[in-house]
Design a protein around this ligand. Structure first.
Ligand SMILES: [Zn+2]
Length: 362
């Protein structure tokens, strides 16, 4: 139908058999419908220009053709009606072009920017509970002269085992089911942060006072208290005059700073290849005060971390003089500390990153 209307503009009015105002109006009405339908399809600057040329183009635009074919040769009585119809059509076409220009500009640049609108809110995250615990532990030890060092998570067996007095076939290796890295020439994921004791003493002359925060890896089946990644804090102090009393004093200071002034400590004999003597540090239960509850398994005591005086054999690996130097070392599970402190019963909560859990520790 639109095509019919356009074809009619190639003929003269009397050839179309039109001889009244009503006939002329009907012709223009047909053209207006065709033009409106096409204007609605304009989607970009190119289709807008095509529309303008087709309908308003000077040389062969439809309005020029009407002027040429309908208006000029029309009998005088019809000229008035054709002229009026053509003027109305041109006005309508120009209005269509103008409005299409605006909507094309909107498509290209988007709506005008309202600078008074509020900005897009970016939610602010918080530190993970493990990170928060590390920061607190670091603050406690920095206050008494320790400094923080960090080291590689991929280690050699030498730093992870041998230099810590754990030779091959030593039974202590069995307790630390190790991830070995295929194709790495025997490298492994460190099973504890203790390799940094060796790396630090190798590089620095005594005295040494460091803590080492970091992730460690062991082959284990994940459950509420086990995982194959966990977080440790290692400590090492070596100097010319460090005694077991200094060690005990630092343990007491640390436990009170972390868990409160009323908490008591006790040392239980233990065994680690890199300390001699070795001790487990127990603290009186901070939940029940020592009378027995579920947290302390009704013993009144909670096992907190392993420690001891540095085994003189270790000094041999780093060129320190074991006759003149002494020191102590400790290693604690940061996940376990955070669980105890906040009453968290599932270790996996630290790794699942469920925001409903994380938001409880802003
Ligand atoms: Zn208790």
């Amino acid at each position: 139908m639109a095509t019919d209307a356009l074809q009619k503009t190639t003929l003269r009015v009397e050839q179309l058999g039109v001889s009244s105002q009503a006939g002329v109006d009907a012709l223009f009405s047909e053209l207006r419908s065709a033009a409106d339908a096409e204007a609605a399809q304009i989607r970009g600057p190119e289709s807008l220009e095509a529309f303008r040329v087709k309908w308003l183009g000077r040389r062969d635009g439809i309005s020029s053709r009407i002027s040429e074919n309908w208006l000029k040769p029309a009998p005088p009585v019809m000229k008035k009606f054709v002229g009026a119809g053509l003027n109305q059509l041109r006005t309508a076409l120009e209005a269509s072009v103008e409005s299409a220009k605006n909507s094309v500009a909107d498509i290209e640049t988007g709506p005008p920017i309202d600078l008074s609108l509020p900005g897009i809110e970016r939610p602010v995250g918080t530190s993970h509970l493990i990170r928060q615990t590390y920061e607190e532990l670091e603050r406690i030890f920095l206050a008494i002269g320790f400094s923080v060092v960090e080291g590689p998570e991929m280690e050699t067996p030498y730093y992870n085992f041998e230099a810590l007095n754990i030779p091959e076939h030593h039974p202590a290796r069995d307790n630390m089911d190790t991830f070995y890295i295929e194709g790495s020439g025997g490298h492994l994921l460190r099973t504890h942060t203790s390799p940094m004791q060796i790396r630090t003493m190798e590089k620095e002359p005594p005295p040494v006072r460091i803590i080492v925060p970091g992730k460690v890896y062991r082959r284990d089946n994940p459950d509420a208290t086990h995982g194959f990644i966990f977080h440790q804090l290692e400590g090492l102090a070596v100097d010319y005059d460090i005694t077991f009393c200094d060690f005990r004093g630092v343990v007491d200071y640390f436990v009170r700073a972390l868990l409160g002034p009323k908490v008591k400590t006790r040392l239980r004999p233990s065994y680690f290849p890199f300390t001699e003597p070795s001790a487990e540090v127990d603290v009186s239960c901070h939940v029940c005060g020592g009378s027995g509850c579920r947290t302390c398994k009704f013993s009144g005591w909670i096992e907190l971390f392993g420690s001891g005086m540095v085994n003189p054999a270790v000094y041999g690996f780093v060129g320190y003089d074991p006759k003149r130097l002494s020191g102590f070392a400790f290693g604690m599970g940061v996940d376990r500390l955070a669980m105890l402190r906040y009453g968290i019963t599932d270790l996996q909560a630290f790794f699942q990153n469920d925001v409903r859990f994380l938001r409880q520790f802003p």
